[in-house]
Design a protein around this ligand. Structure first.
Ligand code: GLP
Length: 263
């Protein structure tokens, strides 16, 4: 794992956006795995800015989102379908045919999960999977206890996640209990992982993911096995890492040929 510690959440977004820009410049038909939540918002705004300035052409990318609520109308402002249209797909002018999100309104959820997994395999592998992290170490909606070998499937949210995601709904009780999420194994099959975390609230999850034991209790810790994972965090989210000084030194003294993909 490469751990990059920067001062602010804006710098986290800036670095992540430069990585995606670089990838799409080199591979215009890139397959991107995308995340929702507050963390990637500034990054998405930056990608939209690149598009407005015609610095990158995103028109040929294909995207797969990590997750969606079950039983929530896609028009609902808290649905991830709505979130992505508002914050990225619309402004980038992407066609719905190139942006995949699990259908939480499907009559047969198991069949929907299987079809989503198949679609990823058909089009994939994902060139890059963007991730945030939950306070308890979830990735996508793979809550603590998720099988590290899991595929896209139905999950039940924990109380903590429902509290964390309540702002768009009114109260934690209004947050759907069930979701569809890419599995841990599905995520692990991406060629590259870019995980962003900001703020003190994520510090424990980040430390457990990077330096804790590999455990289904912290699903993000499985990324220790992924050959190309970058974790970009601000000072606050990095505050509980014990090898901070070392990570900073590795990044600061990186040989130039290794930093090429942020250029
Ligand atoms: C949500 C999403 C995750 C996201 C995480 C953190 O529940 N399912 O994909 O990474 O929780 O969200 P935030 O960035 O708002 O802290």
């Amino acid at each position: 794992m490469e751990v990059i510690i920067v001062k602010s959440s804006d710098e986290v977004a800036d670095l992540a956006s430069r990585r995606i820009k670089n990838l799409v410049e080199k591979k215009p038909k890139a397959i991107l795995g995308l995340a929702t939540g507050n963390t990637p918002l500034t990054l998405y705004a930056q990608l939209i800015e690149y598009h407005r300035q015609s610095l990158v052409n995103f028109s040929q990318i294909t995207t797969f989102n990590l997750d969606e609520y079950v039983g929530l109308d896609p028009q609902h402002r808290a649905s991830y379908c709505h979130f992505m249209k508002e914050n990225l797909f619309g402004p980038l002018g992407l066609d719905p045919g190139q942006c995949f999100i699990p259908n939480g309104m499907a009559n047969d959820i198991a069949a929907e999960c299987e079809a989503y997994e198949k679609k990823i395999h058909q089009k994939g592998p994902l060139d890059l999977q963007l991730l945030g992290i939950g306070r308890e170490g979830h990735i996508g909606f793979n809550e603590p206890g998720s099988s590290l070998g899991s595929r896209t499937r139905l999950k039940t949210l924990t109380e903590t996640t429902r509290q964390d995601n309540a702002s768009q709904f009114g109260s934690p009780q209004d947050v759907p209990l069930h979701v569809i999420t890419m599995g841990v194994q599905t995520i692990m099959e991406a060629s590259e992982i870019l995980l962003m975390a900001t703020g003190l609230g994520k510090a424990q999850a980040v430390a457990s993911m990077v330096e804790g034991p590999l455990s289904a209790s912290v699903p993000a810790s499985v990324l220790q096995f992924h050959p190309k994972t970058r974790v970009i965090v601000d000072d606050e989210a990095a505050s509980k890492l014990s090898r901070k000084a070392y990570y900073r030194e590795v990044y600061a003294k990186k040989p130039p040929w290794q930093s090429a993909d942020f250029v």
